[in-house]
Design a binder for this molecule. Structure first.
Ligand SMILES: Cc1cc2nc3c(=O)[nH]c(=O)nc-3n(C[C@H](O)[C@H](O)[C@H](O)COP(=O)(O)OP(=O)(O)OC[C@H]3O[C@@H](n4cnc5c(N)ncnc54)[C@H](O)[C@@H]3O)c2cc1C
Length: 401
C-alpha cells in the first residue's frame, strides 16, 4: 500500500542536481522538503558538459588492459592513479570481472528522463539554454558511419561538420532528438524553483546521520532535523556519508575539468558536440559562452589539474575549432562523477534502515538521469512501483552480497 504523503516530511542531504530533482518531485507530490548541503553552491552539478544524450551513454568496456593503460599513460582523456587502485580494490576487482551489460537499461532510463526534462522545461519555463541536436565527431569517417548505423543517428560528413564550426574531422553522427543545456543555469533555476515551492534549503552545513536500531532518528547539520524519511544524494561523498551505518555503496569519484570561454558575441559553434577521439565535450550555450569539458580521472577527491593537462585541451581545440582565436577563457571548474563498479546508479532503501534512501552512482550521466532518478526514489518512498522501469539492478542490496 502507498504511504500517506499528507504532512510527510523528508530531509535530503546533498543539494546537487539529484537532490534538487528529488526535492522538486517530492514537493509536487505534497511532501515537506528540507535539503542540506555542506557547500554554498553546486560543484559537479554546475561543472559538467550538460549533454542529455541517452544514445551516447555506452562506456567502453573496462578490463585489466584498460585499467593498466589508464594508470600508466597520463596524457589521454582517462587516467587512474595506481595508488587509488590499491586503496580501492573493492571497487576495481568487481570492475575487472566485467560487471557490464547495463547499457540497454541505462539508455531506456535516459530516454525516460529526457521525456521528463521536456515536460519540466515546458512547465517551469526555466531558461537553461536548451539546444536540440548533439553531434558525436570522429577523426575516422568509417567509425562515424558505423556508429551512425549502430545508434540510429544521422551521419554527417566533413562539409557539414565544418558548417557546425569544427575542422580536421572525418565524420560524425547527429542525434537530433538529444539535447544540451547550460548546467549552471539549470542548477540555479531549479534551486530557485524548489525554494518558491516551499523547500527549506540549508547551505554551508555538513550533515551527519544519527540512528538507532535500524532507523534514522535525525540529521545533524548544526541543528538536529527530524523527518519521516531521509534521502542521501551526496554523489561522490556517499561512501563517507553511509560508512557509520555499516553500508558501503561503492561510489568512487572520477574527476573532470570544465573550461568556460567568452566569444565576444560571436557564434562560433552551432551544435554541441562530443569530440569522441579525446572525450571532450564542446557547447556554445548563447551568443557569448562556450563550455568545454574533459577528462575522466580516478585520483580521489582532488580537483587540482596540472597546467599540462589544460594545455592538452587547448591544443585539441586549436586543431578542431575553426574560430579558435575567438575563444577567451574566463573561468575554470571541476567536478566529481559518482561512479559504481558496475556503472549503474544506486537507487533504493539503504540496507538495514527502514526510513533511509539513497540515490546516486549515475557517474557520467548524473544530469541526464536526475529526473528519472527522482521519480524512482519518490515512488520507493511512497512504496509504489515505478511504471515500466526495472529497478532490481539499481538496488543498494547488490553491494551487500
Ligand atoms: C566534466 C564532467 C562532465 C560531465 N558531463 C555530463 C553530461 O554531459 N551529462 C550528464 O548527464 N552528466 C555529466 N556529468 C556527470 C554529472 O555532472 C554528475 O553525475 C552529477 O552532477 C552528479 O550529481 P549529484 O547530485 O548526484 O551529485 P553532486 O552534484 O556531487 O552533489 C552532491 C552534493 O552532496 C553534498 N554533500 C556531500 N556530503 C555532504 C554532507 N556530509 N553534508 C551535506 N552535504 C554533503 C556535496 O557538497 C554536493 O553538493 C559530468 C561530470 C563531469 C565532472
Amino acid at each position: 500500500m502507498a504511504t500517506s504523503k499528507t504532512n510527510s516530511n523528508i530531509v535530503i542531504v546533498g543539494c546537487g542536481i539529484n537532490g534538487l530533482f528529488a526535492a522538486y518531485t517530492l514537493l509536487k507530490r505534497g511532501y515537506n522538503v528540507t535539503i542540506i548541503d555542506k557547500n554554498k553552491d553546486g560543484l559537479t552539478s554546475k561543472n559538467n558538459a550538460g549533454l542529455l544524450t541517452p544514445s551516447l551513454t555506452a562506456t567502453p568496456e573496462i578490463g585489466l588492459k584498460e585499467i593498466i593503460q589508464a594508470s600508466t599513460i597520463g596524457y589521454g582523456p582517462i587516467y587512474i592513479s595506481p595508488t587509488h587502485i590499491l586503496r580501492n580494490l573493492d571497487w576495481f576487482v568487481p570492475t575487472l570481472k566485467h560487471m557490464t551489460g547495463y547499457e540497454e537499461e541505462i539508455i531506456k532510463l535516459g530516454w525516460k528522463s529526457l521525456k521528463l526534462y521536456e515536460q519540466f522545461f515546458k512547465k517551469e519555463k526555466i531558461q537553461a539554454d536548451v539546444i536540440h541536436g548533439v553531434a558525436a565527431l570522429y577523426s575516422n569517417k568509417g567509425e562515424a558511419s558505423k556508429m551512425a548505423k549502430e545508434q540510429n543517428g544521422r551521419f554527417i560528413d566533413e562539409k557539414q561538420i565544418s558548417g557546425l564550426g569544427y575542422k580536421n574531422l572525418g565524420g560524425g553522427v547527429m542525434y537530433d532528438k538529444e539535447i544540451s543545456i547550460n548546467p549552471a543555469k539549470l542548477y540555479d533555476g531549479l534551486k530557485e524553483r524548489i525554494s518558491e515551492m516551499g523547500a527549506i534549503i540549508i547551505l554551508g552545513k555538513e550533515a551527519a546521520i544519527n540512528f538507532e536500531k535500524g532507523k534514522i532518528t535525525n540529521i545533524d547539520a548544526g541543528q538536529k532535523i527530524t523527518a519521516d524519511n531521509y534521502l542521501i544524494t551526496t554523489g561522490s561523498w556517499t561512501n563517507y556519508m553511509l560508512k557509520p551505518l555499516g553500508y558501503n555503496p561503492h561510489v568512487l569519484p572520477a574527476r573532470g575539468l570544465t573550461m568556460l570561454f567568452n566569444t565576444q558575441n560571436s557564434r562560433i559553434i552551432s551544435a554541441p558536440s562530443l569530440l569522441e577521439d579525446y572525450g571532450l565535450a564542446v557547447s556554445q550555450h548563447d551568443a557569448n559562452t562556450v563550455r568545454v569539458t574533459g577528462f575522466f580521472e580516478m585520483v580521489g577527491l582532488n580537483g587540482r589539474f596540472k597546467q599540462s593537462r589544460k594545455d592538452w585541451i587547448l591544443e585539441i581545440l586549436k586543431k578542431h575549432i575553426k574560430e579558435y582565436k575567438k575563444l577567451h577563457m574566463f573561468k575554470e571548474g571541476y567536478g566529481f562523477r559518482p561512479c559504481t563498479p558496475d556503472q549503474l546508479p544506486i537507487i533504493g532503501k539503504v540496507p538495514g534502515y527502514s526510513n533511509l534512501f539513497v540515490a546516486t552512482g549515475q557517474c557520467r550521466l548524473g544530469v541526464t538521469l536526475a529526473p528519472v532518478t527522482a521519480e524512482i526514489v519518490s515512488d520507493l518512498i511512497e512504496e509504489r512501483k515505478s511504471a515500466g522501469i526495472h529497478i532490481n539492478h539499481l538496488s543498494p542490496e547488490r553491494f551487500t552480497k
